[in-house]
Design a protein around this ligand. Structure first.
Ligand code: PLP
Length: 382
């Protein structure tokens, strides 16, 4: 359920405050105009406190967050980065953009990163693993971290969907070396477009901070235009309006996740009446329950049921449609995905699991979902 549903006067006031404080939209400089207002800096501070990470860096999108994260670990052409078959195209784009080779592991029947396949795909060239907490459900971070330390690999969590979730009582985004978050229109909190990167390691944070800002070190002893630099970079800076929105939205996050978890419980009870299996989570972990996911027997049933649900005004989200934008085996358009025909065969297991899953969006403004689903399923299974 996207945070945009919760937007009210508080977000408008926060944005207006940026206009009131000298129209300074830029996170750096203009000290004489900005009335000591630093929205992005505050958002970063509040965010790292929420996640329990040492450092946080605001960026322009979740895709940028992944790209900057990869730059901070000094990815080089030819390095391999392993991620999972069930993810949005952005994860692959960031890997390709960094010059690395994307290597794709299957997901298991619960649609999380398949740990055995992950291990099988490690080579001498592997530098990093990107587990993706798809639709808010945590991957098995204990196993991912064990493998990473065994092979001396970096772990970048793709937390685009996982903000507010946790694994073994630690917030998602604080379990790997780096966490990459998205605040686009569909996510738990939104800043229009935007993203955040969390770090436990100061060296990685400083590298990322410079790289996302043309290499600027923001040396406090120097004016910005005489600033020191050690590396090249790019521009992925978050602006003050995004920071202002983020600060307000973050305060609404806990309430939102609580609501989603409650809705998921209610919906689970309904589908359990028909012996349909729901997506599981690991012990001592919290899924943000961004969407409600359950499984049919096979892909034909999923398609049939999806059509039926639509008639009863129950819409689906990503699943079973994942086969288009959220399944790497379909990304024929990315030329760097080498040997797509091999990949399609290799990811057959993932495709089978994905195509029998159904995911329902959980929206605050859809109070009737339980009732609608109840009636639709009763009708379907008569
Ligand atoms: C898994 C995943 N990673 C990264 C992103 C990229 O986020 P953004 O849209 O903010 O660039 C998305 C966006 O939906 C996503 O689903």
């Amino acid at each position: 359920m996207p945070g945009f549903e919760l937007i009210n006067k508080k977000e408008k006031d926060a944005v207006n405050s940026v206009f009131k404080n000298g129209n300074v939209f830029f996170r750096h400089g203009f000290e004489n105009l900005r009335n000591n207002s630093y929205q992005v800096v505050n958002f970063e501070k509040n965010f790292k406190n929420y996640i329990g990470s040492k450092y946080a860096l605001g960026v322009t999108s979740g895709t940028a967050a992944l790209r900057v994260a990869l730059a901070s670990i000094d990815i080089e052409p030819g390095d391999e980065v392993i991620t999972q078959s069930f993810t949005f195209v952005a994860t692959i784009e960031a890997i390709v953009e960094s010059g690395a080779i994307p290597v794709i592991a299957n997901v298991n029947e619960n649609l999380d990163l398949d740990i055995i396949d992950l291990k099988n795909k490690i080579t001498k060239k592997t530098k990093c693993i990107i587990p993706v907490h798809m639709l808010g459900n945590p991957c098995n971070m204990k196993e991912v971290n064990n493998i990473a330390s065994q092979y001396n690999l970096y772990v970048i969590e793709d937390v685009a969907w996982g903000l507010g979730g946790s694994f073994k009582n630690k917030k998602l985004g604080s379990l790997g070396h780096i966490g990459a978050f998205s605040f686009d229109h569909a996510k738990a909190i939104t800043t229009g477009e935007g993203g955040m990167i969390t770090f436990s390691n100061k060296k990685l944070y400083l590298k990322a901070r410079a790289w996302h800002d043309h290499g600027h070190e923001n040396n406090p002893k120097l004016p910005r235009w005489e600033d020191s630099r050690k590396s090249s970079g790019f521009n992925f800076r978050m602006n003050e309006i995004q920071g202002a929105l983020g600060n307000v939205q973050l305060k609404k996050l806990n309430k939102l996740v609580k609501y989603q978890i409650l809705k998921n419980k209610n919906l689970s009870k309904i589908v359990n009446r028909y012996n349909l299996i729901t997506r599981k989570k690991y012990e001592n972990s919290i899924s943000t329950c961004d969407s409600f996911i359950f499984f049919t027997k096979n892909s034909n049933d999923a398609i049939k049921l999806k059509k039926h649900l639509t008639k009863f005004n129950v819409s689906t989200k990503i699943l079973p449609e994942a086969i288009s934008w959220h399944f790497v085996g379909s990304f024929n358009h990315i030329k760097e995905i080498k040997n797509i025909s091999f990949l399609k065969k290799d990811l057959k297991k993932s495709k089978d699991f994905l195509s029998k899953a159904i995911s329902l969006p959980i929206m605050i403004n859809d109070n009737n979902l339980e009732k609608k689903l109840s009636i639709a399923l009763k009708n379907f299974f008569i």
